[in-house]
Design a protein around this ligand. Structure first.
Ligand code: FAD
Length: 494
C-alpha cells in the first residue's frame, strides 16, 4: 500500500488549497514545497480577490463570473485576510469612452451574484476625497467593489488547515524525481537529505515551475503548453490618505493598480510581459519601475520616481498557452488535466489560476479525482462552508475580535492587537497562549514583532528563517532595519 493517497508538488495557493480540500475528505495527503510556503507566485500577486474588470474586455465572462462569486465565499471563510476594497476608475482616461466603462461596471456588478459588497457609483472628483490627489484634468470617475487579500497568509492558513485535518506538509523539500509505476515513487531533497515516499496519485501544482517539473522530475515526453508571464510591483510610501484604490488605464491599454498597502504604504502594479528562464531568477527590471512610475505620474499630482520604491517584487504566472499573441490576453482561467495513466498511477496537472479562484480550483480537482478515489465520489464539496483557521467570526467584525483580545491583554496597544488579528484572526489566542503580562511576550525585534509571535510561527506555521516571517507571514520587513532582521534570524536559528 502506498504511503499517501495524494502527493502534491508545490506549496503555493493551488497546492495548499488542494491539500486542504483533500485532507478534509479523508485522503492521506503529502504536500512538498522546495522552499517556503508561498515563496513562489503566491506571495507576489497584486493581492486582490477580484473578478478582473479588464478580463471582461477579453470576453472572459466565465472566469469573471466564477471569480466574483468566490469573493463572497473567501470573505466568509477568511474574514480577517479578505477585506472589501473600493476601486476608483478615472473616466477621462484610456481609450474607452465613459458609456463603455459604465456598461462594463454594470455587467461586473451583475454577473457575479454580488450580495454583500456595495455596487458601483459615479464619483465627482471635485467633492470626493479620492479626487484630491489626482491631477485636475480628471473630474469624475466610477467606483466599484472588489477585495484585498493577504496572499501569502492565505496560502499558509490553507496549509495549517490541511495539517489540522491530517495532511503532512513538508517545506524545504524538493521533489527531484517521480517514478511512475502502479503507484508513484517520489524522491525528495530535504536540505541535502534524500527521502522517499510513495503515493497513489501525484498532483503537479508547481506554478511557474510546472513545465520544468514535468520535464526534469516527471520526465514526461511532451512539453506542457505553458506560457510564463511576469508581473512586477513596487511599494512606495503612502500616496493618499483614504482607504480606496485606483485602477489606472495605461496608454498601452493595460491597467495599473495603486492600492493602500497597510497603513503606511501604497502598492503599485503590475507590468505584464513574457518570461523565459528560471522563475526563481525573475527580478524587477529598472524599466518596469519606470513604467509604473510613469503611469502613476500621469494621474497623480505628486510625482513618484524609481528611488521612491522601498520594495519591489516580481511574480511569474504559468498560464495555459492558448496561442494568444499578447501576454495580457492569454487566458487566466485555470485548467486541470487528469492523466489516469492506464495501469500506471494517475497524474493531475494544474495550469494557471488566480489567488481568487484557488478554492474553486481545488474543488474541481477533487471532482476530477473522484474518478480515482471512490470515497471522494460519495462526498459533497465542503470548503465553501468551513472557515479557515482563525476565520470563525462574522465578516466585518474584526474590531470585535480586537476588543476581545485587548480585554484579556490590556497591555497590547490598539495597533499591535489590530495587526495580530489581521494576521491570525481568532487564532491570535494561540499566538498569545501563556501570555499574561507584557514581559511574557518575549524579546522585541522592531515594529511590534515579539518572541512569542516568532515561536508561534515556527511551531504552527513552518517558519524557519527571518524572510519567512518578515516577507511572507507578515510584511514587517518593510518596517524592520537590517540589524532587526538579523536579530530575528538569530532568534529563529539559535
Ligand atoms: P506558486 O505560488 O508559484 O506555487 C508553486 C510552488 O511550487 C512554488 O512555491 C515552488 O517553490 C514549488 N515547487 C516548484 N517545483 C517544485 C518541486 N520540484 N518540489 C517542490 N516544490 C516545488 N491572482 C489573483 O487572484 N489576484 C491578484 O491580484 C493577482 N495578481 C497577480 C499579479 C502577478 C504579477 C502575478 C504573476 C499573478 C497574479 N495573480 C493574481 C495570480 C496568482 O498569483 C497565481 O495564479 C497563483 O499565485 C499561482 O499559484 P500556484 O500555487 O499555482 O503557484
Amino acid at each position: 500500500m502506498a504511503d499517501y493517497d495524494l502527493a502534491i508538488i508545490g506549496g503555493g495557493i493551488n497546492g495548499a488549497g488542494i491539500a486542504r480540500d483533500a485532507a478534509g475528505r479523508g485522503l492521506k495527503v503529502l504536500l512538498v514545497e522546495q522552499n517556503d510556503l508561498a515563496s513562489g507566485t503566491s506571495s507576489a500577486s497584486t493581492k486582490l480577490v477580484h473578478g478582473g474588470l479588464r478580463y471582461l474586455a477579453f470576453g472572459a465572462f466565465h472566469l469573471v463570473r466564477e471569480a466574483l462569486a468566490e469573493r463572497e465565499v473567501l470573505m466568509r471563510i477568511a474574514p480577517y485576510l479578505v477585506h472589501p476594497m473600493r476601486f476608483v476608475l478615472p473616466a477621462e482616461a484610456g481609450d474607452r469612452p465613459a458609456w463603455m466603462l459604465r456598461i462594463g461596471l454594470m455587467l461586473y456588478d451583475w454577473i457575479g451574484g454580488r450580495r454583500t459588497l456595495p455596487g458601483r457609483r459615479t464619483v465627482d472628483f471635485g467633492v470626493d476625497p479620492v479626487g484630491a490627489p489626482l491631477k485636475r484634468n480628471f473630474t469624475y470617475g466610477f467606483e466599484y467593489s472588489d477585495c484585498a487579500v493577504d496572499d501569502a497568509r492565505l496560502v499558509v492558513v490553507n496549509a495549517v488547515d490541511a495539517a489540522l485535518r491530517g495532511a503532512t506538509i513538508r517545506t524545504r523539500t524538493r521533489c527531484v524525481s517521480a517514478e511512475r509505476g502502479a503507484e508513484w515513487t517520489l524522491m525528495f531533497d530535504a536540505r541535502g537529505r534524500r527521502e522517499v515516499a510513495t503515493a497513489r496519485v501525484l498532483v503537479n501544482a508547481a506554478g511557474p515551475w510546472l513545465a520544468s517539473a514535468a520535464e526534469t522530475v516527471l520526465r514526461l515526453e511532451r512539453p506542457l503548453p505553458v506560457r510564463l508571464v511576469k508581473g512586477s510591483h513596487i511599494v512606495v510610501k503612502r500616496m493618499f490618505e483614504h482607504d480606496r484604490a485606483y485602477i489606472l488605464p495605461s496608454p498601452d491599454g493595460r491597467v495599473v493598480f495603486a492600492r493602500p498597502f497597510g497603513p503606511d504604504f501604497t502598492l503599485i502594479g503590475t507590468t505584464d510581459e513574457d518570461f523565459v528562464g528560471d522563475p526563481s531568477a525573475a527580478t524587477v527590471e529598472p524599466r518596469e519601475v519606470e513604467y509604473l512610475c510613469d503611469v502613476v505620474n500621469g494621474f497623480f499630482r505628486a510625482a513618484i520616481a524609481p528611488p521612491d520604491a522601498v520594495w519591489a517584487f516580481a511574480g511569474v504566472r504559468a498560464l495555459y498557452d492558448d496561442g494568444k499573441s499578447s501576454a495580457s490576453e492569454t487566458t487566466r482561467e485555470y485548467l486541470l488535466t487528469l492523466d489516469r495513466g492506464g495501469d500506471r498511477a494517475p497524474l493531475l496537472t494544474v495550469y494557471g489560476g488566480k489567488i481568487t479562484t484557488y478554492r474553486h480550483l481545488a474543488e474541481t480537482a477533487m471532482t476530477k479525482l473522484a474518478q480515482v478515489f471512490a470515497d471522494v465520489r460519495a462526498q459533497t464539496p465542503w470548503t465553501a462552508g468551513e472557515p479557515l483557521p482563525g476565520g470563525d467570526f462574522a465578516p466585518g467584525s474584526d474590531d470585535d475580535v480586537v476588543t476581545q483580545v485587548r480585554r484579556t491583554r490590556p497591555f497590547l496597544g490598539q495597533a499591535h492587537a489590530r495587526r495580530l488579528v489581521a494576521a491570525y484572526g481568532t487564532r491570535v489566542k494561540l499566538v498569545l497562549e501563556g501570555v499574561a503580562r507584557e514581559a511574557d511576550m518575549g524579546p522585541r525585534f522592531g515594529a511590534d514583532l515579539t518572541g512569542i509571535e516568532l515561536r508561534y510561527l515556527m511551531r504552527y506555521e513552518w517558519a524557519q528563517t527571518a524572510d519567512d516571517v518578515l516577507w511572507r507571514r507578515s510584511k514587517l520587513g518593510l518596517h524592520l532595519s537590517k540589524d532587526d532582521a538579523a536579530a530575528v534570524e538569530r532568534f529563529m536559528t539559535g
